[in-house]
Design a protein around this ligand. Structure first.
Ligand code: ZN
Length: 168
C-alpha cells in the first residue's frame, strides 16, 4: 500500500513538473549499444564470491575485460577481491546492497540500497559506479527514479525494457 502511494505521488510530481511524457531526468535503461563491430559485453552479477578468483584468472589468460555488478554486502565481505577486480582493469558496478526484490519496497529503501553500495564501491576502489542492474531485472518507476537520483544508468538484460516509455 505504501508503495502504491509512493508510485502515485512520484507520478503526480513528475507529471506536474514536466507536463508531458516521457518523464524528464529519468535515465533510459540500456541493454545494448549500436555498433557495427562484432563484440559482446561480458557482465557478471551477484559477486564477488568464492568463484571470482578463478573467473579472474580465466579473464586474464584470455585478455578479456568484463563488468562486475556486485552487491554492497558481498563487496564488504570481500574487499580484497573488489580491489583485485578493479586493479585488473574490470568495471565494478552497482547491483544493490543486499539483492532484494525492489518491487516489494518503497522509494527510500531502494534509494538506500543504491547509496550504500555506491559508498562501499567508492571506498574500496576510489571510483563511483555509473551503472545499476536491479536484482532479478525488476524495475519500475520508483527504481528508475532512485537510480537516476544516484546518477546511475539502469543496465538491464534481455527483455526487461518495458519501462522505456517512461524515459527520455
Ligand atoms: Zn543478481
Amino acid at each position: 500500500m505504501i508503495r502504491l502511494v509512493w508510485v502515485a505521488f512520484i507520478t503526480f510530481v513528475l507529471f506536474f513538473f514536466s507536463g508531458i511524457m516521457p518523464f524528464p531526468g529519468i535515465l533510459r535503461p540500456i541493454s545494448s549499444i549500436q555498433t557495427s563491430d562484432r563484440v559482446v559485453a561480458l557482465t557478471f552479477d551477484d559477486g564477488p564470491s568464492a568463484l571470482t578468483p578463478e573467473l579472474l584468472e580465466i579473464l586474464k589468460k584470455n585478455k578479456i575485460k568484463a563488468t562486475f555488478f556486485v552487491t554492497g554486502e558481498h563487496a564488504l565481505q570481500s574487499p580484497d577481491l573488489i580491489k583485485k577486480i578493479h586493479d585488473e582493469g574490470h568495471e565494478i558496478e552497482n547491483h544493490s546492497y543486499s539483492h532484494p526484490h525492489l518491487l516489494f519496497h518503497g522509494y527510500f529503501f531502494i534509494r538506500t540500497q543504491l547509496m550504500k553500495t555506491q559508498e562501499v564501491i567508492r571506498l574500496l576502489t576510489g571510483e563511483t559506479p555509473r551503472f545499476f542492474r536491479p536484482p532479478y531485472g525488476q524495475s519500475d518507476i520508483l527504481v528508475l527514479e532512485a537510480a537516476s537520483k544516484e546518477k546511475l544508468k539502469p543496465a538491464l538484460v534481455g527483455d526487461r525494457l518495458r519501462l522505456e516509455k517512461y524515459c527520455r
